[in-house]
Ligand binder design. Structure first.
Ligand code: SF4
Ligand code: SF4
Length: 488
């Protein structure tokens, strides 16, 4: 695969008929950005920082009037009983607590009979205190907190405006969420650095951070040929971006740990989405792995509604909610076409791909390289996805088969344990100088009997290489489980 200066693969041009009704979705997921791109941190890879230029001179604060319009219009468009009100940024806590108290009041004001709300917020966690967490707990917020791994990996890019690491502040925020029993999950962006440490990242999140729900988002920053940020018009990946094979290897290593120890007890969003696609379900639960998209939009502080959080760009502005209802904007031809283009713009290479049912070309934002035969519009991460989806085929089929027979998918862990025990037995039988039972043709001592190399990537810096005692009860239980389970 080569990178090339090809045209943007799926431009959606706004025309006068862009609001002509093309579909009628019952629900929508809108990421509200009440502070626009404004954030108290300065994470080096943040794709949203340069969006400040879109609204130059603006205060970047959603007004009370806009909040009222938004909540009313959002509720009006829903024809299902649950409405998700999702807040993101920039850093949404910069709005202050009173803004979200008003949002809850407005939900009550405009609530339709039988309607309930899921309030969510994605935060860097650094501004959380007891008052915030009490509010979240009282109102059943689901909080996403961004942590990129243990200190050295997290602080590589997640820094404040002075360039200082934010690990301690974020962990303080996480502990407050846990103290107040707020429902939360952890979002980890996988970049060029932590991408080499999948096991360290995963075990840290599971055992030290104490989470059983995590999502891994690849950092893919598009830049021009000089390395300057170029967003949707860049056809190269920045050096901070995770590599395609690197991301595939990251997912494979985490999957191998998960499928041996944590099926049923740790939720990894990418693996759950894959399982749904392997089971042939309509929706994977992750827009990027669905055939089409278009129901995950982004609302700027001033009411501008964009096709997607990753397409906050004048070309993908659908309209302003002061001028048209959310229902009209979402149901219009422009947004419909945007979502359908995810499938329609796939290159032939993807159409012929044996794992398309699981990948679907991932997100159009990342489709900026060319296929081996020169067709534009291939996903930059393609090589990694191919590796990953091929690797998980057998365990996925096993888990789906177990569930179809009414058994828990966690039974796959017993299957691996039994296989590995058999393999260890045959290693013993072969002896150090016998042929390795893996079929490599080498002697055991030079193959699977050789001293183990580091399983998850290159050796870590000293601090990370040292064993860390788990800090949570859940972490202690997980550590105990690992010591009684056969090694992966
Ligand atoms: S453009 Fe990408 S992130 Fe946005 S909704 Fe479609 S698949 Fe999801
Ligand atoms: S793995 Fe590659 S070729 Fe296959 S669908 Fe995904 S991006 Fe396309």
């Amino acid at each position: 695969m080569t990178e090339a200066s090809t045209p943007l693969p799926m431009p959606t041009t706004r025309t006068s008929d862009h609001l002509e009704r093309a579909w009628s979705p019952d629900a929508v997921h809108i990421l509200g950005k009440p502070t626009g791109a404004i954030c108290n941190l300065g994470c080096s890879y943040c794709f949203f920082l340069d969006k400040e230029q879109l609204y130059e001179g603006d205060r970047f604060r959603m007004s009370d009037e806009m909040l009222d319009t938004y909540i009313r219009s959002l509720i009006e468009m829903h024809r299902v009983p649950q409405v998700t009100v999702a807040w993101q940024g920039g850093e949404p806590t910069l709005m202050g607590l009173d803004f979200y108290r008003r949002s809850i009041e407005l939900e009550e004001k405009y609530r339709k009979p039988g309607m309930s709300f899921l309030n969510t917020m994605q935060t860097n966690g650094t501004l959380l205190n007891d008052e915030w967490c009490e509010f979240f707990a009282e109102n059943d917020f689901l909080i996403g907190i961004s942590i990129d791994g243990p200190r050295e990996l997290h602080d590589a890019y997640r820094v404040n405006k002075r360039g200082e690491g934010t690990f301690d502040k974020v962990m303080e925020g996480l502990r407050l969420l846990q103290k107040h029993e707020v429902e939360y999950n952890i979002l980890t962006t996988v970049n060029h650095i932590n991408g080499d440490y999948p096991l360290e990242v995963y075990r840290f999140l599971r055992d030290d951070a104490g989470t059983d729900w995590m999502q891994f988002i690849p950092v893919v920053e598009r830049v021009d040929e000089h390395g300057n940020p170029a967003d949707l018009r860049g056809f190269h990946a920045s050096e901070r971006s995770v590599g395609a094979e690197q991301f595939g290897s990251f997912l494979i290593t985490v999957f191998d740990e998960w499928v041996r120890h944590d099926v049923g007890s740790v939720f990894v969003q990418t693996f759950e989405a894959a399982a749904r696609n392997w089971a042939g379900m309509d929706q994977s639960g992750m827009c990027v792995f669905n055939e089409t998209c278009g129901l995950g939009l982004a609302l700027e502080h001033n009411g501008d509604l964009y096709s997607c959080d990753h397409f906050v760009d004048p070309e993908f502005l659908i309209g302003n909610i002061n001028e048209a209802s959310i229902d009209a904007l979402v149901s219009g031809k422009q947004q419909y076409d945007f979502g359908q283009d995810k499938r329609a713009s796939l290159p032939q290479y993807c159409l012929d791909c044996d794992v398309r049912f699981a990948c679907h070309g991932e997100c159009p934002k990342n489709r900026f390289i060319t296929t081996p035969d020169g067709e534009p519009g291939l996903n930059y991460l393609c090589a990694g996805f191919k590796d990953f989806f091929h690797h998980i085929d057998r365990p996925m089929k096993t888990m789906i088969d177990l569930m179809r027979r009414g058994q828990p998918a966690a039974g796959v862990m017993d299957m691996f344990a039994a296989e590995e025990q058999r393999f260890r037995d045959s290693l013993q039988e072969a002896g150090r100088n016998g042929p390795c039972p893996c079929g490599s043709g080498r002697k055991v001592k030079l193959c699977h009997g050789a001293p183990q190399s580091h399983p998850g990537g290159p050796p870590l810096p000293d601090e990370l290489g040292l064993p860390r005692p788990p800090v949570t009860d859940r972490g202690k239980r997980a550590a105990e489980r690992r010591t009684v389970s056969p090694p992966g």
